[in-house]
Design a protein around this ligand. Sequence first.
Ligand SMILES: C[S@@+](CC[C@H](N)C(=O)[O-])C[C@H]1O[C@@H](n2cnc3c(N)ncnc32)[C@H](O)[C@@H]1O
Ligand code: SF4
Length: 374
Amino acid sequence: MLLYIHFPFCRSKCAYCDFTSYANCGEALVFSYLTALNREIAFASERFAHSRIDTVYLGGGTPSLLSPKQIEGLFAKLRKSFPDYAPVEVTAEVNPESATSDVLAAFRDAGVDRISMGVQSFSDDNLRAVGRIHTAAEARAAIKRIDQLFDNFSLDLILGLPYDTPELIREEAREAAGSAPHVSAYELTLEEGTALFAAAEEGRVWLPSDDEVADYLDIVTDTLEEQGLMRYEVSNFALPGRECKHNSGYWTREEYVGLGAGAHSLIKTDAKGEKLPNEIRFASPRDLNAYIGGVNCVSAFDDVPRAEMSVLSADEIRAERIMLGLRTRDGIPEELLSGRDLSRVEKFTVREGGRIRLTRDGLSVMNSVLTEII
Ligand SMILES: C[S@@+](CC[C@H](N)C(=O)[O-])C[C@H]1O[C@@H](n2cnc3c(N)ncnc32)[C@H](O)[C@@H]1O
Ligand code: SF4
């Protein structure tokens, strides 16, 4: 089982971001949130007493805003609640301006063995344009601090920011690959309701076209692979053996339990560890008061109010296995596609050892290929 824990607080809200994250919240709210989160951890440890935790991912928001004491407390709670706690990978997400040596050391001492930091861009113009509160120099200094304490870490880049050019993208990819064993390069998603969406609608900001962004992803892929970071998922690149185990588990549809506001779960087993007749997917409320109130007024994991819940049919599960698997270098077993007409997408696929995956051109037009197949 994969365990995801969400910390939804940020120092300020970035213009593109639609994740469950809130800026300028007081200490009291953070305290109430952590209290509810501890309660939900205790519920989960009863509900999943028969499952082993394979990986942990503490995401945000900005988990590096936690104090060393809060970090210690959170992981002590996990250790105490799950007696067999021995995950093979524990990741924490951090931001450059709050990834201080103290916070990083607290993560390491608490058992975190992988850090993922959002750099987004090494251009100060880009960082300013999307409301990041750090400079490129501060990101570089944070990378040095991480490198001193962690062997395994990842940097996030966003492609398609206002000041991107092919030259800048090549330089950024070169610098990221020279600094870290793992890089995630996400194409910018313009999310409705964000400040960047409004600015683009009103013509206050210029953004590269979809074709330009697709070219950027090509440049990044070439540059990272030249430096030995191989593409193992559409947006993820790693030195051999440094692939993220937690995220890889999402793409192979392992059971995952998400704790905290806005966190998603995919549940396959009952409280005795037996397979459920149907897989269930749900999310917790994104709203902090709804989440905190919801957790505080129940006494078991299955009673926590959820924002979305669906019982998955066999067809839905098969479609998900195809959609998620084809994002990855490993692809999917060929039999998942038996009975489907693949003639129009054949040229975008490779068959090998009973599996089928997308070619590099196939990954570039992945959404059209998936629409055709599914
Ligand atoms: C959940 S966020 C949290 C990371 C961390 N708080 C930070 O900002 O560095 C994880 C990553 O998602 C990516 N991301 C967030 N919003 C995005 C968007 N609208 N389009 C593309 N990537 C996005 C960013 O690269 C970010 O680092
Ligand atoms: S990108 Fe990261 S720091 Fe910025 S608002 Fe989203 S979660 Fe917070």
